[in-house]
Design a binder for this molecule. Structure first.
Ligand code: HSE
Length: 429
């Protein structure tokens, strides 16, 4: 029997309780395991009252629940940093396994949590932390071990994907869709973590760490969000046979790791381009397997809860058989940090949208700067904008190193005819 101490009765916590109630008998009968909700803990009496009424043991004292020897695993679904960090470290020190959906905590404090768990032979499972219900963590840890992941590109923020999809499908601007997404509950009241790419960076750091076997520090990876993507960028992308997606990217580069988060032009024939609205997807290129795409609901009560319960079932089976040790995650310590490829050394085809006064000679100045920086132009288009006297000049470059693209765009932005900072977006391929 796996005796579960659960902290958090919110959206995901409530879903976990519901799934355990729904599937408990089936697990016992088909898998021979018994998931026992031994204690349900939340901040207030009001939050735990419905569960108390159903006969569960409840608590508002997380520390006492963690210290209780009758708990085998702590399920942390409260969110945040400080208290969950304290609870998880306390649970591990008390010899209990941990299941959590808290990607922000793991990205920030994984270097404390995983080595401690490894030193004690305990499991820390976090399937729900990346891609909601998509079993991508287990795939990387188990299903894909016959291959090496050479590269990974993922859509792992449903809020951003929802906004970009609606902008593309309805021709709307960013602010209009964001407000509507907030009204419909697809975006938080404070959407910063999502739209500025921070949530994607947490998840990308975890995936890149699993792929590389080295700790990827999310604070060191390049992050650009989607708040500056305009309806015009989306329309031009469409004309060029692309969609714009916010991607988390991992590439193996010898002994180094290229991990980053930024919007990308994704060709419409790429598997990721048709992943729309709140769907998440992880596209992998592996040496032996080749290409694979895993897609599904990246957030929400039941999809996320289903990943948490899958971790609990896996844990119960490991403990019951006594055969499966915890997967070694001790490599997630600071001494084993990945050497990251600086963004300036990465290469891509680039989209520049330059807004300029409509004056003679400006195009020659722009192409001159590109030539000075050895940047080859693939396409150049001039577009009228709804702004008399100004034009948009769209340049698609051939593959170029980021440092040269940045130097050129800085020089272009400094031209007196340029009316606003230019838009810069990389192509996925
Ligand atoms: N805020 C996240 C998203 C869901 O929009 O995808 C939780 O990871």
């Amino acid at each position: 029997m796996l005796r579960i101490g659960l902290i958090g009765t919110g959206t995901v916590g409530g879903g976990v309780i519901a799934i355990i109630e729904q599937k408990k008998a089936e697990y016992r009968e088909k898998l021979g395991i018994d998931l026992e909700l031994a204690c349900i803990c939340a901040k207030t009496d009001e939050e735990v009252a419905p569960y108390k009424a159903k006969g569960y043991t409840v608590s508002t004292d997380a520390d006492a629940m963690i210290a209780n020897p009758d708990i085998d695993v702590l399920v942390e679904l409260a969110g945040g940093y400080n208290m969950p960090r304290k609870w998880i470290l306390a649970a591990l020190n008390a010899g209990k396994h941990v299941v959590t959906a808290n990607k922000a905590l793991l990205a920030k404090h994984g270097h404390e949590i995983f080595p401690l768990a490894a030193s004690k032979g305990l499991h820390v499972l976090f399937e729900a932390a990346v891609g909601g219900g998509i079993p991508i963590i287990r795939s990387l840890q188990e299903g894909l071990v016959g291959s090496t992941v050479e590269s990974l590109s993922c859509i792992i923020n449903g809020t951003c994907n929802y906004i970009l999809s609606r902008m593309a499908q309805e021709g709307l601007d960013f602010d209009t869709v964001l407000k509507d997404a907030q009204r419909l509950g697809f975006a938080e009241a404070d959407p910063t973590f999502d739209i500025e790419g921070i949530d994607s960076a947490h998840k990308t750091a975890l995936l890149a760490s699993l792929c590389s076997g080295h700790r990827v520090d999310f604070e060191k990876i390049h992050v650009t969000g989607i708040s500056k993507i305009t309806a015009q960028d989306i329309a031009i992308a469409k004309e060029l046979g692309c969609t714009i997606k916010l991607l988390g990217i991992y590439n193996r580069d010898g002994d180094r790791v290229d991990a980053r988060v930024h919007p990308c032009f994704v060709p419409q024939n790429h598997l990721l381009s048709s992943v729309n609205r709140v769907l998440n997807a992880v596209y992998l290129n592996c040496d032996n397997l080749g290409e694979t795409l895993q897609t599904g609901a990246g957030a929400g009560r039941m999809p996320t809860a289903s990943a948490v319960v899958a971790d609990l079932v896996s844990l119960a089976r490991s403990i019951d058989t006594g055969k499966r040790a915890a997967l070694p995650m001790g490599w997630f310590n600071v001494e084993n940090s990945a050497t990251l490829v600086p963004i300036s050394e990465t290469s891509a085809r680039y989209y520049f949208r330059i807004t300029s006064r409509d004056e003679r000679g400006v195009l020659a100045k722009i192409t001159g700067i590109l030539a000075e920086n050895s940047i080859s132009i693939e396409t150049i288009i001039q577009k009228d904008v709804n702004d008399p006297g100004n034009v948009s000049i769209v340049v698609i470059t051939e593959k170029v190193q980021d440092c040269r693209a940045s130097k050129a765009i800085d020089a272009i932005n400094a031209l007196p005819e340029i009316v606003e900072n230019s838009q810069v977006i990389r192509f996925l391929a």
